[in-house]
Ligand binder design. Structure first.
Ligand SMILES: NC(=O)c1ccc[n+]([C@@H]2O[C@H](COP(=O)([O-])OP(=O)(O)OC[C@H]3O[C@@H](n4cnc5c(N)ncnc54)[C@H](OP(=O)(O)O)[C@@H]3O)[C@@H](O)[C@H]2O)c1
Length: 314
């Protein structure tokens, strides 16, 4: 497959996570799913465990993690479902998690996220959505780089969103210190960062056998919408030019993550953006699908990497 060949698969928007992983044996593979105790993270973890992988749910609510693990063990019969504490907004927590990880890591699903939260800052003064959705996952993945390289052919899955179309990374004021805080702009910026991370991580890590792709899971009713009312959601959809959302089930919402994590059709492919189980084309004006050119820009990706390293430096 050449660099420019688009990845197309037999799967669609209605395919489920179980369907895309059907026939793929993940026995002996080790997986981490961040935010694996709710929403599409649960179904991502369930499908990967169902295919035989050892799955660690990296969560900040350990009780919810244990209940989810019990449920996944009961439904898949795979007892290798583990729970570990991880708060992506707390760099000490990320550092403890990566320090405790032992041995190879075959699949890292950077799934956790917070959306359209009221203006909130970490103790460092970082805007919460950027800190959680991007910086936390950046620190996690770079902290696990050796484990990913040790796997030989590891994949990192960066769960982004069509909301990335709302904002590039605004390097001049990432943390809304100069401009007024706007929850959707902050979410969009963080989700663009998730795509750019895949571009630069693949450039840096492909020689270690590690590829990183980003994706839009679809619209799924989950806890993600906790910070917004129905009216706000309707307004946001209308403002974005949409007429409505065709909601997916969590099992359908997890399908693109599981495809990107496991499909043989993505062997050696990285730095791309997927939706509805296929590689997306470029976004067209007036549309809410496809990927923005700024999200795949290699210069912005390299700049974001550098900024992230500098931001996280002790
Ligand atoms: N649902 C959609 O329509 C949709 C659309 C586009 C993209 N996405 C993306 O899909 C991903 C999963 O979202 P979802 O819909 O499944 O929502 P969800 O049910 O709210 O799941 C998000 C998960 O992230 C976790 N999380 C939030 N902040 C965290 C932190 N600081 N440290 C560790 N974990 C943290 C949450 O943990 P707690 O339970 O402890 O809060 C939760 O488990 C997100 O990245 C989201 O941006 C979703």
């Amino acid at each position: 497959m050449t660099e420019t060949t688009h990845v197309t698969t037999p799967f669609t928007a209605t395919s489920t996570a179980a369907e895309v992983v059907d026939g793929i044996d993940l026995t002996g593979r080790r997986v981490i799913v961040t935010g694996g105790a709710s929403g599409i993270g649960v179904e991502t973890a369930r499908a990967l465990a169902g295919a035989g992988a050892e799955v660690t749910l990296a969560v900040r609510d350990l009780g919810a993690g244990e209940r989810t693990a019990d449920d996944i063990i009961a439904t898949t019969g795979n007892k290798q479902v583990l729970v570990a504490p991880l708060d992506l907004a707390d760099q000490a927590s990320v550092a403890s998690f990566t320090a405790a990880w032992d041995g190879p890591l075959h699949i890292l699903v950077n799934n956790a996220g917070v959306m359209a939260s009221p203006e909130t800052r970490t103790p460092e003064g970082w805007e919460l959505q950027f800190a959680t959705n991007h910086l936390g996952h950046f620190a996690l993945a770079t902290g696990l780089h050796r484990a990913l390289a040790a796997a030989g052919g590891a994949r990192v899955v960066s769960v982004s969103s069509s909301a990335h179309l709302s904002s590039p990374v605004v390097f001049e004021d990432i943390h809304f210190r100069e401009r007024a805080y706007e929850p959707w702009a902050a979410y969009g910026q963080s989700k663009t960062a998730n795509v750019l991370f895949g571009v630069e991580a693949t450039r840096r890590w492909a020689s270690d056998g590690i590829t990183v792709n980003a994706l839009m899971p679809g619209g799924i009713r989950t806890n993600l919408q906790r910070h917004i009312s129905q009216e706000e959601l309707d307004r946001a959809i209308a403002a974005a030019g949409g007429t409505g959302i065709t909601w997916k089930t969590p099992e359908q919402g997890a399908a693109t993550s599981v495809l990107v994590a496991t499909s043989p059709l993505l062997e050696g492919i990285g730095g791309r953006y997927f939706e509805d189980c296929n590689e997306a084309g470029r976004n067209q004006p007036g549309s809410r699908s496809g990927v923005a050119a700024y999200a795949l820009d290699p210069e912005a990706a390299a700049r974001l990497w550098q900024v992230s390293i500098e931001t996280l430096a002790p």
